[in-house]
Design a protein around this ligand. Sequence first.
Ligand code: PGA
Length: 250
Amino acid sequence: MKPFIVANWKMNPTTLAEANRLFNSVARGLKNIKNVEVVICPPFVYLPIFKFRTKDFILGAQDCFWEKRGAFTGEVSPLMLKNLGCNYVIIGHSERRKHFKETDDMINKKIKTALITKINPIFCLGETIEERKGGKTQKVLKKQLISGFKNISESLILNSKFSIAYEPLWAIGTGNPCDFKEAQKINLFLRKFIAQIFNNSLAKKIRIIYGGSVNSKNATFYIKEAKMNGLLVGGASLDAKEFIKIIKGI
Ligand code: PGA
């Protein structure tokens, strides 16, 4: 499995000119990159502009709705994303859970529709600082996994490139990343638990990636020491030089 690096631009940049500049700088820096699979997830509005502009990385979205079409004001269908050349979609990011009150049930429906539409989900989970301090990390992750995978068939997952992003909330945007050893423990725990829900061979196929204050100094350790299959990069993906450094350092 090639390391899988996902850029989550979140609600940035605010002008098309800046978005183009960032996209072009990343594209120049990553020309002919072969040993890493890179996905850029810009805000929805930039997707049609970036479509087919590079062969060196893949486009992804930051969210999608669970219905394919209809009277759902403001929502974006996974079918629309598919038609814009998106191969991946981030689902259940903690910012969506927090600010938009996304529940485990909504996240499960989104995962299901994304899989049916043949867009590969990047399913985010993670614990809060209070849950961590209370020794509840594994319990929280188990609950998120069980609900996320509810009524989802093995074959749907096997026919996708499914990723789970472990993103502890206390590490996102804080400059306080998860310790590598702790990340490795969580990695093993998640894989074992997925094997219990499904089976070993399916668990091996799912990519487990890490997100939370990743930068060019710590990125390689998550891959080499914590044995993560990749990274979900927020803030550092808005700085083309830093993002390219992360990828080239792996
Ligand atoms: P960060 O964000 O890299 O800025 O911590 C990661 C994320 O929210 O996906």
